[in-house]
Design a protein around this ligand. Sequence first.
Ligand code: GLN
Ligand code: MG
Ligand code: MG
Ligand code: MG
Length: 439
Amino acid sequence: KKYTKADIQRIVADEDIKFIRLQFVDILGALKNVAITVDQLDKALNGEIMFDGSSISGFVRMEESDMYLIPDLDTFVSFPWRTHQSKVARLICDIYKTTGEPYGDDPRGVLKHAIAEAETMGYAFDVRPEFEFFLFQTDENGDPTTITHDKAGYFDLGPMDLGENVRRDMVLTLEEMGFKIRASHHEDAPGQHEIDFESADAITMADQIVTFKLVVKVVAQKHGLHATFMPKPLSHINGSGMHINMKLKDQNGKNIFYDAQDPLKLSQTAYYFLGGLLAHSKAITAITNPTVNSYKRLVPGFEAPVHIGWSTSNLSPLVRIPTVRGEEALLELRSPDPSCNPYLGLSVILKAGLDGINNKIMPPEMMNSDQLRAISNILSEDTLPSDLKEAIIELSKDPVIKEALGNVYDSYIKAKGFEWDAYQKQVHAWEVDTYTSRY
Ligand code: GLN
Ligand code: MG
Ligand code: MG
Ligand code: MG
């Protein structure tokens, strides 16, 4: 444990913090918060602050509208930037019902449940994301455009990479907030950037992911730019992924995915985990790739996965085994995109892997480079869902992944049903361009 209530009270006084934001996420992964003044800090730390959940997406049952915010003290951090001249700190909270039970539609609670299941099997889940995003220019009203902020490419540097200063500012701000940044670089597409941080246990990481997105947006805005985590903002260039590198550790913190005897240095447990990930990959896509737009990224030719398979090569398999070994041995799942709710995403990924271990699911043979290069056939069975609707149908057919979502499942299906419906009713620019003259 990092902080006690007294520690937090002391820091708030020392740093002259005026407001505390009590944060949580809705089922779509959007960060929500209630700001309180320092006068209410005691009450907040004791978990006595209530909010009305009835108007938050996914938190829809009116009879349960009053809920408690129970802060996780270890998530306390003060924002390095000021809001209206005041210093602000935040605490991420778990949501409880007035009856004292955890609220079933709280994504953080869903992840805690999955982690508890791993714990009973003797495992800790350790994850590390690679974050990609675009920086776009804003128009005279400050609204985002889709004009990329630069014209640079993979690993380019200044003065070509105009994002360098913005990225540096992001990294420094994140470090001030306790992030350990591994790397940051310009990505392949113009205006596209990547920032990678060090691994952490899944709850800490999900908290860090929502914080990361907030920081990136705040810093971009300070530079007059708009940062977007939309998976595929522009048609003819790469989209943005949120690759997840993962491993299981035992009680002593040892990486159990490593086995020196194996040709790929992976343990039997790692192969089963991989087998589970692949076996459930269609269903988990509904969570890791949650928007209509997510599926515009999962197409051939843009370094995003399409086929369900794994490989040690860099040619965009769904799961890649990077060439780092020993304590670093891990699996990299390349399908998730940064629009995913990280709490739910990590829950279903973990659950899929644990199911592989429980049922000794062996992965298929590794894909070769010809298979990885092949353009997918529209009828092929071994590909990820091609749109949100297909993904939701796959989810509905997978009892293991449904169970991982608990109560959230119903609310999620409902929210995504509305989203799909709204999208499907639209006539899109491509259709008009293609069909008005042809027919
Ligand atoms: N942007 C690619 C994706 O959509 C990944 C590119 C890379 O990191 N090699 O996943
Ligand atoms: Mg990377
Ligand atoms: Mg990348
Ligand atoms: Mg990667």
